[in-house]
Design a protein. Sequence first.
Length: 500
Amino acid sequence: AYILFAKAADMGNLKAMEKMADALLFGNFGMQNITAAIQLYESLAKEGSYEAQTENHVGEFADKLEKSEGIPVEKVRLTEGPENLSSHSEILDWDLYQYYTFLAERGDVQIQVSLGQLHLNGRKGLDKDYYKALYYFLKAAKAGSANAMAFIGKMYLEGNAAVPQNNATAFKYFSMAASKGNAIGLHGLGLLYFYGKGVPVNYTEALKYFQKAAEKGWPNAQFQLGFIYYSGSGVWKDYKLAFKYFYLASQSGQPLAMYYLAEMYATGTGVLRSCRTAVELYKVVCELGPWAEKFLTAYFAYKDGDVDSSLVQYALLAEMGYEVAQSNSAFILESKKAKILEKEKMYPMALLLWNRAAIQGNAFARVKIGDYHYYGYGTKKDYETAATHYSIAADKFHSAQAMFNLACMYEHGLGIAKDIHLARRLYDMAAQTSPDAHIPVFLALMKLETMHFLRDILFFNFTMRWKWMKLDNTLGPYWDLFVIGLIIAMLIFLLRNHHG
Ligand SMILES: *[C@@H]1O[C@H](CO)[C@@H](O)[C@H](O)[C@H]1NC(C)=O
């Protein structure tokens, strides 16, 4: 396909040029060439193609939200360690998929419906495949699954490659599901009456079905109820009720409900105006856009060892404001596995990205910024700033790592006034916060107490110098080693007694 795209791009076809530029930038199929990508984008920009492309995306996005397909794409965190990477639960393993198909063939209705849903929406790394979806739903519906009947109704209502749009068949399947008290079926009937598909528009009937489905906790029905009260379709406008239903639906992550909630907060309709809340909600809705699918390809590229391709994709998402992408890009940069950037640019860039992730509330990133300032990675060594960031991570996010690091800085007076008591307390707090911190805290406290003990002795030594001088004479020049030996012997003796 890309050989043909390349030929068409050479002849000046804009769509093919876009395809090629994206492939060269993101490194699809190992053909990353960023310089060539930039050249292509520049000539595309001259043709004014960028505008066309964005408009196309926005249209597609609104359409997907309309069908409530704006399902969050799995965003794997690379910072969570390699064990999460290989067997991430959000992405279905091939083996597991094989096992599920086996169970579905054996007649497990629950699994048939799940596989149907995964194929209907293309989730968990599975391809969107309407034929497979229909196949599993029909199997399950035959076995009496009301959910499967409702999903078949949905497929007929929307129409797709496997199923032609058909209002009457949609009505038939929704009714079958609804007669079994199924929420998705009830909601489907509500939609048919609300939009007058295959039946005359009837807001009273629609309201009745939406209410029944909403009572069963179906978020799409809760959204529809909200919309009925918001727009005043067949009822008096009631913003308080609209807010209530949008809020209910938003708790399940219903994207359109979140969008309307944002609108209400932005304009102060039915609720006290709050730009902050509105922005937060708008951000969640934006992050459901189709561009989020890059999270999957970026993750797979990383897993396959194509670090450069993965980095560019995460970097793009990071620029769009996704916190997970900011952390992942920083993580990749820090690992120094990427080849597309000069080594000396990696740490400053990573620091910038950790900063953005930290501002969005990522505690791990906040500790990282502390580390960078502590060790002088990508910035000047600056203990004071390091301590500030550790403090934020410790106070706001109860990060055990930050408490530990901060304790260490208090112990040695790095960037902050030395304070042994505070150090001790922070070590204890770190151990209480995370079980992982037990052993390092134990060792650090041992060291702290020993040092403290020895320091007291040295102080004693200083004030009572003359006595020690005499000791020096009697015990020889290595008296201090002798004293340490004595202390250790005493400790062993005490510990033994303790255990006894
Ligand atoms: C279903 O109903 C809608 C709305 O009335 C209509 O636009 C559409 O053409 C109908 N579908 C078919 C296949 O008749």
